[in-house]
Design a protein around this ligand. Structure first.
Ligand code: BGC
Length: 342
């Protein structure tokens, strides 16, 4: 049985709700601003609890949240090349907010909205209505995200409907450090990602279009890999790539996509999803200037993200999985995070 409780907090943006979910020794806090996962506390192998996600002490921190700690990003997570796409023969232009590209839904994406909330069994459902033309996207989109904590699994269900054809790609942008947030790096984490291929990117981080087998590359994470050994050989600042979980057009089935183990504490995170991809990001752009919970200075490689989602720039790459939601259809995806110890 999961305990669910709600608290109302006042912020410069007006009231923001904080929902607390507790199941056995796992507890999760969700806030209505940005649909953010504010904390996840899990025990280590000796029963010692720690918060394993980066973020801010108080809700004010989430008002700007430039690195999207814990947030739901949308309407389209990840990058759209040059911030442009064509739907029904009409060209749409988005704000350019990442080099020459559009990133994570724009200047005021879903991470900046205050979502409405309602209690559901073992969790909370958050809803957000994005008007026609919001950040340049076509159609009014009604989205909801339901977080449920059941035993030691946090499930995240995404739903959306639109009144005009629009690209969509929703994900949660939690930054994990299984040794406990504030620990300086993730080099002692062992990562497995069950992907046979990944998407190489150009120098602006847009997929080149090639779907490349991981075999005999540094992207082969099909067997557990210790991050320090892999990152030291890695060209560039670290992982920030989409791993392909199925072929374009394949029926989305929920599958295990990643497992991360922290041998020191025994904590294990397993991720499963119906999404066709997962962006594995090793916090390459954190540089110690952001001060988070407990005053921690979050530096490069101090966390990892497993952002389950569609392939980046899918709206512009015809051979990638379909990125468009049409009127009358329902966008529906599930991601589950399971916490355990070894
Ligand atoms: C992107 C990174 C970006 C980070 C924070 C990730 O999803 O892939 O390139 O720096 O989000 O914005």
């Amino acid at each position: 049985m999961t305990e669910v409780c709600k608290e109302e907090c006042s912020t410069a943006l007006g009231p923001v709700e904080k929902w607390s979910l507790r199941s056995g020794s796992v507890s999760v806090e969700i806030i209505s601003l940005g649909c953010v996962i504010k904390s996840i506390r899990t025990p280590d192998r000796s029963g010692q609890s720690a918060d394993i996600v980066l973020g801010y002490n108080d809700l004010e921190g989430y008002l700007s949240n430039p690195r999207y700690f814990g947030a739901v990003v949308g309407r389209v997570a990840n990058r759209i090349a040059k911030g442009r796409f064509v739907v029904d023969e009409k060209e749409y232009k988005l704000a350019i907010n990442n080099g020459p590209n559009a990133l994570h839904g724009g200047l005021k994406g879903f991470d900046k909205a205050v979502w409405t909330t309602e209690a559901v069994d073992n969790g909370v459902k958050l809803s957000h209505s994005s008007p026609d033309g919001d950040e340049g996207y076509p159609g009014k989109l009604n989205a909801s995200v339901t977080y449920r904590l059941e035993k030691n699994t946090l499930s995240v269900l995404y739903h959306a409907q639109t009144d005009r054809t629009t690209p969509i790609n929703l994900t949660n942008h939690s930054y994990f450090n299984l040794a406990g947030q504030g620990t300086p790096d993730i080099y002692d984490h062992e990562v497995t990602i069950s992907a046979e291929s990944y998407l190489p990117v150009d120098d602006t981080m847009i997929p080149t279009g090639e779907v490349k087998p991981v075999e005999k590359t540094l992207f082969d994470l099909r067997k557990p890999v210790l991050l320090c050994s892999r990152l030291k050989d890695f060209p560039g600042p670290g992982f920030d790539h989409n791993f392909c979980l199925c072929a374009p057009g394949e029926q989305p089935l929920e599958r295990k996509c990643a497992r991360v183990v922290h041998p020191g504490t025994g904590r294990v995170l397993e991720v499963s999803t119906t999404q066709p991809g997962v962006q594995f990001y090793t916090s390459n752009f954190l540089d110690g200037t952001l001060k988070g919970k407990g005053g921690a200075a979050y530096s490069k490689h101090s966390a990892f993200c497993l952002e389950t989602q569609n392939w980046p720039d899918a709206v512009n790459q015809a051979h990638f999985p379909d990125a468009l939601l049409k009127p009358g259809e329902t966008y529906k995806h599930t991601t589950r995070f399971t916490f355990s110890v070894i």
